[in-house]
Ligand binder design. Structure first.
Ligand SMILES: CC[C@@H](C(=O)O)C(=O)SCCNC(=O)CCNC(=O)[C@H](O)C(C)(C)COP(=O)(O)OP(=O)(O)OC[C@H]1O[C@@H](n2cnc3c(N)ncnc32)[C@H](O)[C@@H]1OP(=O)(O)O
Length: 168
């Protein structure tokens, strides 16, 4: 009986910790509303973030937008958040390798998207950065040993991504 109660408590606590991790660090701060910035980011398509979870507990995350040196489009920023959620729920995960498709790592945010977002409303550029910062903080807190495999260039948001990893 005591053991069952203890297990239940442990599971509830784990669930709560996961739920808290997913909450944005910034919601409500400086007018930041995650759902609104997500709608804006959806408008900038292209590229993908692929995750392969191997049987040995190693995840391989690929930044895939080689035409733009793997720059992060809005769609990729949203996908990165989804992949991080997937990793948070991966019970058998032990490690994570992040690499870029082709012969480079990542040239940062897609400058076309940055330009358009910043031109639409001054604060939207800041909200986009806050969105990414939140995802990278969650990535940094994953209970996995993470390695950024930096081949070629890592600029702007790409360099920030490497600093969210344990090793680079
Ligand atoms: C606000 C967000 C901020 C952050 O979070 O900190 C950012 O990340 S802002 C972005 C910061 N990154 C940059 O400023 C890098 C910009 N790119 C470059 O300086 C160069 O492209 C490079 C990365 C040094 C590579 O140079 P090179 O090897 O000579 O290749 P090309 O310049 O010919 O690039 C090939 C192709 O890719 C396009 N490209 C590259 N980076 C980006 C980007 N960040 N956004 C959009 N497009 C990008 C480049 O324009 C070329 O396209 P084509 O001319 O159509 O072939």
């Amino acid at each position: 009986m005591a053991l069952a109660l203890w297990k239940n408590l442990l599971q509830t606590t784990k669930k709560r910790i996961l739920q808290q991790r997913r909450l944005s660090l910034y919601n409500g701060a400086h007018g930041y509303e995650e759902e609104l910035i997500k709608k804006k980011l959806q408008q900038f398509s292209g590229g993908s973030i692929n995750l392969s979870k191997e049987d040995n507990g190693i995840g391989i995350l690929t930044l895939n937008n080689p035409k733009l040196m793997n720059a992060f489009t809005g769609a990729m920023m949203l996908e990165l958040q989804e992949r991080v959620t997937e990793l948070e729920n991966w019970k058998d995960g032990k490690g994570l390798i992040i690499h870029g498709a082709g012969n480079t790592f990542c040239s940062g945010s897609d400058l076309n998207a940055v330009k358009e977002i910043s031109n639409s409303q001054a604060s939207d550029g800041m909200y986009m950065c806050m969105f990414m910062q939140n995802t990278l903080t969650r990535l940094m807190r994953l209970p996995l040993i993470s390695v950024a495999l930096v081949q070629g260039k890592a600029f702007g948001g790409g360099a920030e991504l490497t600093t969210a990893c344990d090793f680079r």
